[in-house]
Write a protein that binds this ligand. Structure first.
Ligand SMILES: Cc1cc2nc3c(=O)[nH]c(=O)nc-3n(C[C@H](O)[C@H](O)[C@H](O)COP(=O)(O)O)c2cc1C
Length: 361
């Protein structure tokens, strides 16, 4: 029985997960912050897909202070997205506090600190996962940020810098002690980057540490309902954060929820639904970033939206080269006609757990 479910006699009482006053249901699914991916158009389709809590892409504290256009644009959040957190990163405590002050002005539900980015230009300057090499500074920075804002502060981090420094169990306790209200841990070290498999063992240890009272969310390699269920049961986490599996497949959230509540796989969305959400994503992307950039940004999403459709390569190749909305929309219509003739629907084959399924179009 996962620790988030209390058993009082015959009744199973599900405990509401909360970050500050934000009620998130009994087992929230979070959309991972992903640079160049988790922008408002992508978040909009994930919201349709059933996500419970979302974050912006990480935003540079220095960029916000300099009023850099790219950083400021990432502060764009919308009422329909709530609850939503703004994620910031940086290595200087005063800059981080100032950036939180700027972020507060757009009225997010919470502030998340990125202590997990492994990218050299971030981590090697002591920001992101770089701070895992200086735990006292990590604790100091967190305390100062918590003190500087009335919003709930959460942290997203990794197990440690490398294999020898996986101090996350102690770190989580110390960050809770200075006031964070939830923690998400990606089950890899900085040195691992995205290689190997995420290991949730220490995430489970944190959750089972009797001193921990804040929600603990697990992250890393969850791409199918059955895996989400296994991680929930085995490690007792309060919720799961999902990143890459949602790219081009925002239905992952509703599929996991359905599996939790019924024990049955929901089955994949129809092709019609997939293409309709793809069109919506494209339109929102153009609306938010303008035609040129909106169309370019979408190129990274087509592959997953179209994954599993037989003989789709020719269409995909066109989608990533065309430059006008009208031409792209026409190719999406061609894909629809192409699949209508085959009467197939599909699901992405994720870790062999969801199988290609034949259902009516
Ligand atoms: C393209 C991409 C961009 C990312 N950008 C961020 C980011 O801005 N902030 C962050 O905390 N993590 C970032 N991450 C890490 C993810 O949030 C997540 O921790 C990681 O992908 C593991 O989860 P997953 O296996 O569900 O994808 C990024 C990951 C990817 C693939």
């Amino acid at each position: 029985m996962p620790p988030c479910v209390a058993n009082y006699g015959l009744e199973m009482i599900r405990i509401m997960v909360k970050i500050g006053d934000i009620a998130l249901g009994d087992f929230p699914l979070l959309l991972a912050p992903m640079e160049d991916v988790s922008d408002p158009p992508f978040r909009a389709v994930c919201k349709i897909g059933g996500v419970d809590l979302m974050y912006t892409e990480f935003i540079s504290s220095e960029g916000l202070i300099r009023n850099a256009r790219q950083s400021v644009m990432k502060l764009d959040i919308f009422e329909s997205e709530r609850p939503i957190g703004i994620q910031i990163f940086g290595s200087d405590i005063e800059s981080m506090k100032a950036a939180v002050g700027i972020a507060e002005k757009v009225n997010p539900d919470l502030i998340d600190i990125n202590y997990g980015c492994p990218v050299k230009k971030v981590a090697c300057k002591g920001a992101g996962a770089g701070i895992l090499r200086d735990i006292p500074k990590m604790v100091r920075m967190t305390r100062e940020i918590v003190k500087s804002t009335a919003l709930p502060v959460t942290v997203k981090t990794r197990l440690g810098w490398d294999e020898k420094t996986k101090y996350i169990v102690e770190v989580a306790e110390r960050l809770q002690d200075v006031g964070i209200q939830a923690i998400t841990i990606h089950g890899r070290t900085r040195v691992q980057m995205y290689k190997g498999n995420a290991d949730w063992t220490l995430i489970g240890e944190i959750k089972n540490n009797p001193r921990m009272t804040i929600p603990v969310f697990g992250n890393g390699d969850v791409a199918a309902p059955q895996k989400a269920q296994r991680m929930r049961q085995k490690y007792g986490v309060d919720g799961i954060m999902i990143g890459r599996a949602a790219i081009g497949y925002p239905w992952i959230f509703r599929e996991i929820k359905h599996y939790f509540s019924t024990g049955q796989l929901l089955g994949p969305p129809s092709i019609r639904e997939r293409l309709s959400i793809l069109r919506k994503h494209l339109e929102l992307s153009i609306k938010w970033k303008g035609a040129k950039h909106g169309i370019l940004e979408m190129r990274k999403h087509y592959k997953n939206y179209l994954k599993g459709i037989p003989n789709v390569k020719m269409y995909r190749e066109k989608l990533v080269t065309l430059k006008s909305y009208e031409e792209i929309a026409e190719v999406i219509n061609d894909v629809q006609r192409h699949v209508e003739s085959m009467m197939f629907a599909f699901s992405p084959v994720e870790q062999g757990e969801q199988k290609f399924t034949r259902v009516p179009f």
